[in-house]
Ligand binder design. Structure first.
Ligand SMILES: *Cc1c(COP(=O)(O)O)cnc(C)c1O
Length: 361
């Protein structure tokens, strides 16, 4: 659905980072942001692109007290010909519609979400950096703003988009990460919100992620919340294992986030001759496969890193080295394949990319 979007341009445009600039993830914001308001009388209304800056919030707002907030993460990429494109933004829009509905935030349909994302990126496209591996990270989010501190249906909300130019996740090539299997805390359970992109999932993850970091690990690998047995996903990535020539990934049970990179990797691996087996995978099975030498590769998948090889897996006090702590050939080929399509270096045979219209002259 096409909403009218009002535009208020900044009077103080910032200097854009130049070629080779350091672009740490999420630190630099573009000149504008998009906002849409919701209230009972008017529904979603007053879509507007305004100068980037702080927003005024009532201290009673639902988001502060009860965590009614959903978000998405996707990127705009600059192609060698200078034009920009998005990667499967319809998928992000669909997932955000689902997350918003799960939290009983005011419904916004996926077509509207997609329209807002595409419109904002088209407006802000000069901020998409041009070097391979760099991109414009797009963060749509939606949250409840009701002022009475009672528990009740949400009657006021905002939808926003902010964007950040971000650098190459791998400045020195794909480096394997150290991951620890969490045995105490759980991230999500079936029936909860684990399959939606909502802030609360991350709040529940904070303690384990923090402890992992203190102990020298990059992220946590979560086990299922009921049996504490089956592997679900890594912090902000889905996970894949290559055992004895077969690629295996935990199936989407309802407590795992259905990653768009995961879905794309499954399709891409198929063209490489691997039929990915989506099933329950226990931590025991993985440890056993390391011990008997059949675990060939392991990697995470997600928008930020695309793929991230796992070099060390820690479980019950023991470090298990995978593929001699080196990136494996399948992971490398998958990375080359997906990034080639995203940055417009190779032909997109899947129809995944969506061009951003050139700026109006
Ligand atoms: C966003 C996210 C992922 C990865 O999803 P992509 O769509 O591939 O970026 C995986 N796990 C969690 C918990 C996430 O929030």
């Amino acid at each position: 659905m096409k909403m009218d979007i009002r535009i208020e341009r900044t009077q103080a445009p910032k200097e854009k980072p130049g070629k080779g600039a350091d672009l740490p993830f999420g630190h630099i914001f573009t000149d504008h942001m998009l906002m849409v308001d919701y209230d009972k009388e008017n529904g979603w209304h007053d879509a507007r692109i305004v100068p980037f800056g702080p927003i005024l919030m009532h201290p009673g707002s639902t988001i502060f007290h009860y965590g009614a907030g959903a978000f998405e993460g996707l990127k705009a990429y600059r192609k060698p010909d200078g034009s920009c494109q998005l990667f499967r933004p319809q998928e992000n829009a669909k997932r955000m519609e689902k997350s918003i509905d799960r939290l009983c935030l005011p419904h916004m349909d996926a077509d509207t979400i997609l329209y807002l994302i595409e419109s904002f990126v088209e407006f802000e496209q000069d901020w998409v950096p041009s070097e391979f591996g760099t991109s414009l990270y797009i963060r749509p989010f939606c949250f409840g703003c009701d002022e009475p501190i009672g528990l009740h249906g949400i009657q006021k909300a905002k939808f926003m988009i902010i964007t950040c130019p971000v650098g190459n996740y791998y400045k020195e090539g794909l480096k394997p990460v150290k991951i620890t299997i969490e045995e105490k805390d759980v991230r999500a359970v079936i029936g909860g919100t684990g399959d939606c992109k909502v802030g609360g999932n991350y709040a529940a993850s904070n303690r384990a992620e923090h402890e992992a970091e203190v102990n020298g690990f990059t992220q946590v690998l979560w086990l299922d919340g009921v049996h504490r047995k089956y592997i679900e996903e890594v912090g902000s990535m889905n996970v894949m294992f290559k055992i004895n020539g077969e690629v295996i990934t935990p199936k989407l049970t309802g407590s795992v986030l259905p990653g768009i990179t995961r879905k794309s990797a499954i399709a891409y691996l198929e063209t490489m001759g691997y039929k990915v087996n989506e099933r329950l995978v226990s931590a025991e099975e993985i440890v056993e496969a390391v011990k008997n030498g059949t675990l060939e590769e392991a990697w995470g998948t997600g928008t930020a890193a695309v793929v991230s090889p796992i070099g060390v897996l820690h479980y019950e006090g023991v470090d298990y080295k995978i593929n001699n702590n080196e990136i494996g050939p399948v992971c490398q080929e998958l990375y080359n394949g997906l990034t080639g399509i995203q940055w417009g270096r190779t032909e997109d045979k899947f129809g995944w990319t969506v061009p951003v219209p050139a700026p109006a002259k």
